[in-house]
Every structure is written in C-alpha cells, then in structure tokens.
Design a protein around this ligand. Sequence first.
Ligand code: 13P
Length: 251
Amino acid sequence: MRTKFIAGNWKMNLTKTSSIELARAIARAIPNNVDVGVAPPFVYIDAVASVIAGSKLLLGAQDVHCEQGGAFTGEICVPMLKDLGVKFCLSGHSERRHILNESSDLVSKKTHTIYSGGLIVIHCVGETLEQRDSNQTLNVIRSQLSELQPKIITDPNRLVIAYEPVWAIGTGEVATPDDAQEAAAAIRSRVSEFHGTETAASVRILYGGSVKPGNVAPIMAQPDVDGALVGGASLDAGQFAQICRYRELAA
Ligand code: 13P
C-alpha cells in the first residue's frame, strides 16, 4: 500500500519570516494519513527545521550538488542537508533541466547521490509543449527515466518519481486525470524494466503542474498517481492544506 505524498516546492520565493510562518501553518494543518513535505530555499531550511520539529511535516531540498563534499564553491552537498534534518531532495526539476541547463548525465548523478546518501529522491520527468504536440510524451519520459540506471534502488520507499509536464508548470494548465494516469502507468512500467515489478509497484509517482484545490481530487483518484508536487499553491498555507486534504474535497 503506497502512502500518498504531497510535496510543496517553494522554488525561489518567500523571506525568512514568511517561510517560518508558512511552515508553521502547514505543520499544524496536515492530515495524518498522507505524507506531506515542503522544500524551502536552501537558506531557509534551517529556520523551517526549527519550527516544524516534532511535527509530521517532512523537510526537503530543491537541489543538491552531485558530490558528497569538497572544493565546489557555492554548492551544497547531501551530508549538509541531512545535518539540517532534510529527508527528501528533488532531482531533475524542469526548471533546472531547461533554465539552468542541467544535462541528463548530471541529473542522473544527482539522483544517485541523493539516494545513496540516504535521502528520499524525487526524480522529476516531463515533456515540453513541443514534445507533447509531436506525440513524444512517453518517449521523453522513458528517456528521462534512463537516468535511474545503473540500478541502485533497493529501498522503493526512497525513490519517488514526479511527472511534471513542462507546459503545465506555473501556467494554470493542468494535465487531465487520464493524461496523468497514462504517464504514471508508463513510468511504473519503465521503472519495472530496471528494478523489477515488485519495486515498481512500491515506488510512488506524483503529478505536478498547476495543482490546485479545485483540480487535485480527480488526479489523486487515478490508480497510479500517488501524490502531487505543488509549486504556486504550496506558498499559501490554506490552499496547500486543502490539497493535502484532497479526500475531503472529493467527498
Ligand atoms: P506549479 O504548481 O506552480 O505549476 O509548479 C509545479 C512545480 O514545478 C512543482 O515542482
């Protein structure tokens, strides 16, 4: 049984004070039956850690360097994140792939570093509008999932895949529940090629891209969708709490 996972990616937003207020409000509002996490900017992780201590809210990071430490000016490594209480880290977010030009090779290294460092990795995949319009969605997903090789995943609870179509991120356009399900099923089948059906059945697959309280319930109802990666709506404690309580919205 896969526990649903809702993660908020705060991106490059907020201040120290507003991060603390937001984290505190979310920690108070999360339901028991769902895993909920937030990924603040690096500089606010420590402050957020201190206000959510003792709560169920999982602390995350948006990025990390692919080495475990050393002479890499300006970078942050997995042991530093763990030191602050971070439990999960994103890898391959489309903004890093497309705006910061991270290569597939680098994303693969980061995913492996995060996983082997003991954190939950949220490996993000998704097609651009151009790729979608030329019917390349499933090919792009397959290719981005090759980054999970070589086979290292022994604990499926620490591998999470986020399907985030680039055209849906921050645009207000959301994938249909059927499209989200089709992509999630393709992801699970691809993961089974590398890691076997048992692992693939346990890996959690999230949908991300303009998730809001008004559209989350039918997406979460899809059999292969195990959660959501939320950008804009995670900056509002009320909206994010509603998303985490999607079961009540569906009722
Ligand atoms: P939005 O929810 O703002 O579309 O962002 C999605 C996202 O990129 C989460 O990582």
